[in-house]
Design a protein around this ligand. Structure first.
Ligand SMILES: Nc1nc2c(c(=O)[nH]1)N=C([C@H](O)[C@@H](O)CO)CN2
Length: 116
């Protein structure tokens, strides 16, 4: 399976279940893998046939700035739905890490949607 990935994407957004989190921005780190056939873009050396990771990144940044959730689970689910619909992705894996949440650990969620 071919993949286009965006790893270690840092985004500042309003996220969290507690009242004190509702008005501040916190850092999240996204690791995203998207199934995409890279053979045809490679054969044609043509960005229009590729899954453009710059365009996808811009969409993620826009989405995170325009929406607010309590759970990172909800953010992951909504983002997966939106990315699959907009870019016609058959499969996506999204990992979101919330580095400031617990000082002693890395915590977050990982979801996989679609058909591998
Ligand atoms: N599974 C989850 N657990 C927790 C979340 C979450 O989004 N998913 N969020 C919080 C708080 O917002 C926390 O990050 C504040 O530091 C707690 N647990």
């Amino acid at each position: 399976m071919d993949v286009v990935f965006i790893h270690n994407l840092e985004v500042k957004t309003k996220i969290g279940v507690f009242d004190w989190e509702h008005d501040i921005e916190q850092k999240l780190i996204f690791d995203i893998d998207m199934k995409w056939s890279n053979k045809i873009p490679a054969e044609n050396d043509d960005i229009s046939k590729a899954l453009d990771y710059s365009t996808v990144t811009d969409f993620i940044l826009f989405f995170c700035r325009s929406r607010q959730f309590e759970l990172i689970e909800t953010l992951a689910e909504e983002l997966a739905n939106r990315l699959m619909a907009k870019f016609l992705l058959p499969w996506i894996k999204i990992k979101i890490t919330k580095p400031g949440a617990i000082s002693q650990a890395h915590v977050g969620v990982l979801i996989e949607r679609g058909t591998k």
